[in-house]
Write a protein of this length. Structure first.
Length: 225
């Protein structure tokens, strides 16, 4: 009887160790060998910071001067996600104010996301949907542009911010005037690695934004990386 019990405990221990190591690797996949960890210094200008699957931020990267902008947010936005890099606060406030003047109500939905919270989101999705599905929809920690604080997802009162809504149309047409770009345009997934996201705007400064808007290109193409 004792022997059987010993065997049983041993099997439990082996399978636990196995499961644990598998889930750990899934957590740490953020850094592939091909990934290039970006070295960000105080001099890195907003338009030069390229974050994607191949250019990842370190675990410790945090934008300078994290700020909550003076704009309206959608219900249920976490305190962390209300923050953005200080440099984009004023341009974002101006954009939202101008939209309002023209009868368009834009709400903040998700700004800064730390490496840690991206890791948590991914882990939760892996638990709910499995690794494959989660990997398709959630960026690996370090590869999300939201860690830069230079971007924000906007939404509308119905929380239905899809292509064709008056808010999405306004944003696509006007955001460059304030130094923002639609970071993941339609039909550019082969370059950005991400499906069309009409709600995700990224600050690159007015000059770069106008160039990118006029030429209908992506940040990857603009930086020729
Ligand atoms: Zn986004």
């Amino acid at each position: 009887m004792k022997k059987i019990l010993k065997k049983f405990i041993l099997i439990i221990m082996i399978s636990w160790t196995f499961c644990y190591s598998v889930s750990c690797t899934s957590l740490n996949e953020g850094a592939n060998l091909n990934d290039k960890e970006i070295q960000v210094s105080g001099n890195t200008s907003p338009e030069q910071l390229l974050v994607n699957e191949k250019n990842v931020l370190s675990k410790d990267y945090e934008p300078s001067n994290l700020t909550i902008p003076n704009i309206e947010f959608a219900d249920g936005v976490s305190p962390e996600e209300k923050h953005i890099a200080g440099v984009i606060a004023k341009p974002l406030e101006e954009l939202v104010r101008k939209a309002k003047d023209e009868g368009i109500i834009l709400l903040g939905n998700s700004g800064y996301r730390s490496y840690k919270s991206q890791e948590k989101t991914l882990n939760n999705r892996v638990k709910e949907e499995g690794k494959k599905l989660a990997a398709a929809y959630v960026a690996k920690p370090g590869s999300s542009e939201h860690q830069t604080g230079l971007c924000i997802d906007m939404t509308n009162k119905d929380k239905y911010f899809v292509s064709g809504t008056k808010e999405a149309k306004w944003l696509a047409k006007n955001c460059y005037k304030f130094g923002f770009i639609i970071r993941y345009p339609a039909g550019k997934k082969n370059i950005t690695g991400i499906e069309y996201e009409p709600w995700h705007i990224r600050y690159v400064g007015k000059t770069a934004a106008k160039y990118i808007y006029d030429k209908r290109i992506t940040l990857e193409e603009y930086l020729k990386k």
